[in-house]
Write a protein that binds this ligand. Structure first.
Ligand code: DCP
Ligand code: MG
Length: 358
């Protein structure tokens, strides 16, 4: 027995693109880009994801689709089919859940399981991970990568370490060696803005962050500074939420150019809602709360929410509420960089066979 928790983080490889390849075998061996219509290089949307062949050309998630087109004109460009991805995700999560009832799904293609009580040691957990990956590949034809660590933080970083189809085991005694060379931005919550501030403080790697003075970090970043320091030391006590389900569903988009025209923002809201509403229907989810997020050009970010008395999945209601919630933040003399919409306080209804058979 080991004196540590053993947590697995499973993350599917190039998920949307992998589903598209599975459905359309002639895509195999070609660079596949899932996202907005490239319109011969004139398209305005972004890349959702792309397969590993397309990544060799430099294409990445969230990149403008017009840039992807320049980098990889020979790629196959596919519009996303969220309904299908939600179904495949559900089927794969059902497989993962069999390996431990301490299960927490954290995104459409990722989940944690706590297997402390299921295995003898980390080697054993590595074998379990191989078995799980094979089962997902055989049954669902989708490749997954797995990270194993003494907590969720390390497990998540480890699943990203060797992709695709990798298994990375980080034992407690190896945590420091694993973390130290990683760029600080790999840690949850450290985005481009925080990364830039850290860089000014001469902090680029996790090791440098670990050595930084926690008090100074708190002075600069508030309470998150303390969390950042803890993460750099590999500390994370958070539990794998038993029987955990997705707690919210949403989408956000960064405009290619900052906008001040409310009509463009409202159009973006319509588009975002159309996208994730498919996921709500596919998973038979209803919600009570709608939250909008607006980020201005200077990165100042606001959220604003409304909670209903009842559960619903009404698409027009989401659109109207999101627009009403955004209204006070528009026309205030600042351009908007990002808009996001999220629904939460979810209720999961029994799945209908007809939907599952899609
Ligand atoms: N996604 C998206 N827009 C982004 C990032 C992701 O629409 N900016 C979607 C498409 C991805 C899915 O979410 O397939 C899962 O996201 P991941 O970050 O896990 O990316 P992938 O699974 O595509 O690739 P990887 O193999 O790196 O995990
Ligand atoms: Mg993934």
């Amino acid at each position: 027995m080991v004196n540590s928790r053993i947590i697995l983080h499973i993350d599917l490889d190039a998920f949307y693109a992998a589903v598209e390849e599975r459905e359309t075998p002639k895509l195999k061996g070609k660079p596949v880009i899932v996202g907005a219509d490239p319109k011969n290089g004139q398209g305005r949307g972004v890349v959702a994801t792309c397969n590993y062949l397309a990544r060799e050309f430099g294409v990445r998630s969230a990149m403008p689709i017009s840039k992807a087109w320049k980098l990889c004109p020979q790629g196959i460009y596919v519009r996303p089919n969220f309904l299908l991805y939600a179904k495949v995700s559900h089927d794969i999560m059902t497989i993962i859940r069999k390996y431990s009832d301490k299960f927490e799904q954290v995104g459409i293609d990722e989940a944690f399981i706590d297997v402390t009580d299921k295995v003898n040691d980390f080697e054993d957990a590595g074998k379990l991970a191989e078995k799980l990956k094979k089962e997902i590949l055989n049954k669902e034809k989708i490749s997954a990568s797995v990270g194993i660590g003494p907590n969720k933080l390390i497990a998540k970083l480890a699943s990203d370490y060797k992709k695709p189809y990798g298994t990375t085991v980080v034992k407690p005694e190896d945590v420091k060696r694993f973390l130290d060379p990683l760029p600080a931005r790999k840690l949850i919550g450290i985005g481009p803005k925080t990364e830039a501030v850290l860089k000014e403080m001469k902090i680029e790697t996790v090791s440098q962050l670990a050595k930084a003075d926690a008090k100074t970090l708190v002075d600069v970043f508030g309470v998150f500074g303390y969390r950042m320091h803890e993460m750099a030391l590999g500390m994370d006590e958070s539990e794998v939420a038993e029987g955990g389900e997705i707690k919210s569903i949403g989408r956000e988009t960064t405009f290619e150019e900052d906008v001040d025209n409310p009509e463009i923002i409202f159009d973006a809201i319509d588009e975002l809602v159309d996208e994730f509403h498919e996921e709500l229907i596919a998973s038979n989810i209803q919600f009570k709360t709608i939250t909008i997020k607006i980020r201005y050009e200077n990165f100042e970010t606001h959220t604003h929410a409304k909670t209903f008395e009842f559960h619903t999945n009404d698409k027009e209601l989401i659109k109207d509420t999101a627009k009403a919630l955004s209204q006070p933040f528009l026309n205030v003399g600042r351009k908007v960089r990002l808009i996001g919409i999220r629904v939460s306080v979810l209720k999961f209804k029994e799945k209908q066979k007809t939907l599952l058979a899609l």
